[in-house]
Design a binder for this molecule. Structure first.
Ligand SMILES: Cc1cc2nc3c(=O)[nH]c(=O)nc-3n(C[C@H](O)[C@H](O)[C@H](O)COP(=O)(O)O)c2cc1C
Length: 210
């Protein structure tokens, strides 16, 4: 109906082993939901490693608080007005769990149903220089092949991106966190602030599209 705008839906789809990316995802959700007319949904990608390998890596069992976007639910992505993908770095690139989900989107690719959808990335690495930029950069072909529109955060987070007094993840490519060599460092206040900013910035972008 003319004059009545439908609520926009943003899917925040993530994988997280030890909770760093998940913490960012929840903060991004809050940022998205600040924007009138836009609602966010959190989804996990399916785990691909066996329980015994997960146990050896001290990866805790997931609760069912957040639904799993199993390979038979990919139509959820088609229904979204924008998608934010979050994943920890593996050797400077997207983790295999997210890559498996990506590789399952061939059917959507053949129908072109993700084409034109805005998308962004967020990530977690253990170290500085460990992949905060390469993880996003090496994920771009996925968006390009689907014809999705990459929405980086750029320098819209403002002066904090120029702040060199405090160690922080995140870059113009997206929000991010450092977990440290032992994985014990959870996202800092500044990293969370940038994550919330990314959610709000992305939601405003999606809201502008008709
Ligand atoms: C196999 C493997 C490879 C990894 N490669 C990198 C890497 O290249 N650079 C880095 O900084 N951290 C690397 N990490 C560390 C994770 O990216 C890091 O622990 C991340 O913060 C975990 O986030 P999560 O708790 O959301 O899963 C790697 C971890 C694993 C298990």
């Amino acid at each position: 109906m003319e004059g009545v705008s439908k609520q926009k839906k943003i899917i925040i789809l993530f994988y997280s082993s030890w909770g760093h990316t998940e913490t960012l995802a929840k903060e991004i959700l809050e940022g998205v939901n600040k924007v009138t007319g836009v609602k966010a949904e959190l989804w996990r990608v399916p785990e691909t490693m066996s329980d015994d390998v997960l146990a050896k890596m001290h990866i805790p069992k997931k609760t069912d608080e957040i639904p799993v976007l199993s390979y038979d639910k990919l139509d959820e992505l088609e229904k979204a007005d924008g998608i934010l993908f979050g994943f920890p770095t593996r050797f400077g690139m997207m983790c295999a769990q997210m890559k498996s989900l990506v590789d399952a989107t061939g059917g959507l690719w053949s129908k072109g149903t993700l084409a034109g959808k805005p998308a962004g990335f967020f990530f977690s690495t253990s170290t500085q220089g460990g992949g905060q930029e390469t993880t996003a950069f090496t994920s771009l072909p996925f968006l390009a092949h689907h014809g999705m529109v990459y929405v980086p955060v750029g320098y819209t987070f403002g002066k904090e991106l120029f702040n060199t007094d405090e160690v922080r993840g995140g870059s113009p490519w997206g929000s991010g966190s450092y977990s440290g060599a032992d994985g014990k460092r959870m996202p800092s206040e500044l990293e969370l602030k940038m994550a919330k900013h990314q959610g709000e910035y992305f939601a405003k972008f999606v809201a502008k599209l008709s």
